[in-house]
Design a protein around this ligand. Structure first.
Ligand SMILES: [Ca+2]
Length: 228
């Protein structure tokens, strides 16, 4: 049994995939946060202040929920609002980053979002996932509250198969920022191989199955032995 446990641990450790995104939690960057100022940073389109990311459209708001006595962030301290408050949502605002991929391989994108009805917003929000400048999927935020709390994050997971050596990934909003919040955090892109190594639980089921078959075979063999 000890060998089985060791095997399960080894498989579990080997199954962890690295996040291909740089700074997927929006914790690193320059600008006002470099000095630790307790304010949000309103970033226009084309900004590379958030490490690893480029803002598009009218940009985003980069902030720490704790500075507004709400939160916590889904991961770490900082999040972004894809619906920048200066934006009308046309054409789109948000952040983009290009990651290295292998054509034909599958990947999984995970991210989290939260919205609210505070400050005149409707309590709805939509996150658009764009791959190589094409809309791939849309995700509705439904976890609103009548006050701005940001304590009820909604988690999303999407799979895609890459069609080239790089994939540009965009998290965008096409909504009027004065009517919606689309606060997001904890983005990750990981390899999700189509021919994945089975999970440890699957291995253990297989091994248990082999043991059962072996046991039945032994019993049959015993039963077939002539009496001496
Ligand atoms: Ca974060």
């Amino acid at each position: 049994m000890k060998k089985l446990v060791l095997l399960a641990c080894a498989l579990s450790a080997g199954g962890a995939q690295a996040n291909l995104l740089v700074n997927g939690s929006f914790e690193q960057g320059s600008g006002v946060y470099a000095g630790g100022a307790p304010v949000y940073d309103n970033l226009a389109g084309g900004s590379t202040v958030i490490a690893g990311w480029t803002t598009v459209g009218a940009g985003v708001e980069w902030f720490r929920p704790a500075n507004f006595s709400v939160g916590p962030a889904r991961d770490g301290f900082s999040v972004i609002d894809l619906a920048d408050f200066t934006s009308t949502g046309s054409p789109r605002d948000g952040v983009e980053q290009t990651v290295a991929t292998v054509a034909g391989e599958r990947y999984r994108i995970d991210f989290s979002g939260v919205t609210s009805q505070s400050n005149g917003r409707t309590g709805t929000g939509t996150i658009e996932l764009w791959l190589n400048d094409s809309l791939f999927s849309t995700h509705a935020l439904t976890n609103y509250k009548s006050f701005w709390s940001m304590d009820d994050w909604q988690d999303f997971s999407v799979q895609f198969v890459a069609d080239g050596p790089t994939t540009k990934i965009g998290f965008l909003s096409s909504q009027n920022a004065l009517a919606h919040y689309a606060n997001v955090d904890a983005f990750s892109v990981v390899a999700d191989p189509l021919s994945a190594v089975p999970e440890p639980a699957t291995w253990l089921m297989w091994l248990a199955g082999f043991g059962l078959v072996g046991s039945i075979a032994r019993r049959r063999l015993d039963a077939a032995q002539p009496l001496r």
